[in-house]
Design a binder for this molecule. Structure first.
Ligand code: GTP
Length: 191
């Protein structure tokens, strides 16, 4: 489930992931809640992700609350060009702890990383907040596509790991996975 302030780019991130496209033009706010399915290969399995896109506007908050308890994972987005949306992530984390299951997978995402000139929130600030709440963190751009696939892939892996866990498996850490994969992408390495 995607949550976060209105306008941070939840719908665009989902459309980028699902259709590989960027929704430019007029900003159309989500009304209530919407969902899309995507089947993704994960190792030797196929995983069906049902991804819920919620409205960030305050007036839809009670609708969103009703869905928290069924969510296995929450992607909490803020906009790196909006300090206000970043500051509000603490309130979102409060809502998550109130309404979602204790073991829900949480990933904090700073979106719109392509907007370098307008940036108001440093990468390190996002990283620090994520460490404080012990959640995974990454920055994305729905516009360029940067890290969008990786965000969903990391969460899907964590969910699969939790579901299929066998005591002999090495421990999976979504934070370590994201770190490793993004370094690999940055260096163009392929192993
Ligand atoms: N430059 C840039 N613009 C983005 C990005 N993601 C979203 N946008 C723009 O930000 C605006 C809001 O995007 P949405 O995806 O509709 O935002 P939302 O979080 O779903 O908003 P609500 O539905 O109201 O909760 C749109 O004008 C998008 O084109 C991004 O990664 N980079």
């Amino acid at each position: 489930m995607l949550v976060g302030d209105s306008g941070v780019g939840k719908t665009c991130v989902l459309v980028r992931y699902k259709d590989g496209a960027f929704l430019s033009g007029a900003f159309i706010s989500t009304v209530g809640i919407d969902f899309r399915n995507k089947v993704v290969p994960l190792d030797d399995a196929k995983v069906k992700l049902q991804i819920w896109d919620t409205a960030g506007q305050e007036r839809f908050r009670s609708v969103t609350h009703a869905y928290y308890r069924d969510a296995h994972a929450l992607l909490l987005l803020y906009d790196v060009t909006s300090k206000n949306s970043f500051d509000n992530t603490r309130a979102w984390l409060g809502e998550i702890s109130e309404y979602a299951h204790d073991d829900v997978v949480i990933m904090l995402i700073g979106n719109k990383a392509d907007m370098k000139e307008e940036r108001q929130v440093k990468y390190e600030d996002g990283e620090r907040l994520a460490a404080e709440y012990e959640v995974a963190f990454m920055e994305t751009s729905a516009k360029s596509g940067m890290n969008v696939e990786l965000a969903f892939q990391a969460v899907a892996r964590e969910l699969k790991y939790r579901k299929m866990r066998n005591p002999d498996d090495p421990k999976f850490s979504v934070t370590e996975y994201v770190k490793h994969e993004s370094q690999k992408n940055a260096s163009g390495c392929c192993s």
